[in-house]
Design a protein around this ligand. Structure first.
Ligand SMILES: [Zn+2]
Length: 334
């Protein structure tokens, strides 16, 4: 990608808001709230995250430093300002209102802040950001339904989707059907983490239970070739996060990742960072790494960005603007 005259417009659909916080931003927030984060940083100032357990420990400790509307404004702007300079033209990000609730930040105030930072990012960089209200699977069914009800009570044009993250092995997807129905009734598009920490049966369960527009990860669908065929036939987008998958140990290296097979099999694949501050990645590096390891051409990478625009949860007018940007890049740079 480095030889492009103009950077390819990049699109990201799967990223968790707390997972974007760089160590520098975390320290800034920690100073603001008088919190010590030295135990989760190494001598070079990076997060300690050598394995999944350490990652969770560092993530949870860091998240304690995020408390106020101003914190969310600052960290969201910080992440997306950098991503915009790397060529990001559209981003969707997961947010969970349960996180700041104990610190007194209401859902309405949280969403107003997210909306304000999206306005500033669009004004400053032309970057469009939208939000996915997200419940945490291992927090249980009642939590999931309560999360969905926020969308019902306080709809907002920049909150465009509903998702479920968390420990995929806990609870059957069908138990969460009511939560997804509430969110869908409130006009939100649906996605669900599946086929990451559990196998293809988890993807099937989620597809059976919810009217999903996309699958969060879905990367283990290759374990069931019939499912791969079905996903390709139905053109259900996969929010793939290769560096995250390698970090968590699903694949030994990017060379072992099935991205190229999925691309060649006609699956609607997209590229994403998941928790970039912890997985030593950003959206541009994600495109570059997969291009390098899987021998993808600039036209292939354009297809990935186009897939993501097709799969985006924003309104059609916004999609048309994004498609025009990609067409313009193709006309001038391919
Ligand atoms: Zn995720």
């Amino acid at each position: 990608m480095t030889d492009f005259k103009t950077p390819l417009p990049l699109v990201e659909l799967h990223c968790h808001i707390e997972g974007t916080v760089s160590p520098e931003m975390a320290l800034k927030l920690a100073r603001r709230h008088n919190i010590d984060l030295s135990h989760i940083l190494d001598g070079d100032g990076n997060y300690l995250a050598s394995d999944f357990a350490e990652f969770i420990k560092s993530y949870d400790a860091m998240a304690q430093a995020i408390r106020t509307a101003q914190d969310y404004f600052d960290l969201t702007y910080d992440y997306y300002a950098k991503a915009a300079k790397d060529g990001l033209c559209y981003g969707e990000i997961f947010f969970s209102p349960a996180h700041p609730e104990p610190f007194g930040l209401t859902y309405e105030a949280y969403v107003d802040t997210l909306s304000a930072v999206a306005d500033k990012l669009e004004a400053d960089f032309g970057l469009i950001v939208r939000y996915i209200l997200t419940c945490v699977r291992h927090e249980g069914v009642e939590h999931a339904e309560a999360t969905a009800r926020f969308a019902e009570k306080h709809p907002h044009p920049k909150v465009v989707g509903f998702g479920m993250a968390g420990h995929e092995t806990q609870g059957h997807a069908s138990e969460f059907k009511k939560a997804f129905d509430i969110a869908e009734g409130a006009g939100l598009h649906l996605t669900c983490h599946a086929g990451e920490l559990a196998g293809p049966e988890s993807i099937r369960a989620a597809l059976d239970a919810f009217s999903l527009k996309r699958i969060g990860h879905g990367v283990r669908c290759h374990e069931d070739p019939e499912l791969v065929t079905e996903l390709a036939d139905r053109q259900i987008p996969l929010e793939l996060c290769p560096s995250s998958n390698v970090f968590i140990g699903i694949f030994g290296s990017l060379d072992d990742h099935p991205f190229r097979d999925y691309f060649d099999q006609g699956l609607k694949v997209t590229l994403n960072t998941d928790d970039p501050a912890f997985f030593d990645t950003d959206i541009r590096r994600e495109y570059e790494r997969i291009a390098d390891t899987h021998n993808l051409s600039p036209a292939d990478l354009l297809t990935i960005s186009r897939n993501a625009v097709d799969a985006a949860f924003c309104d059609d007018a916004t999609k048309q603007r994004l498609k025009a940007r990609l067409d313009d890049w193709a006309d001038n740079c391919l």
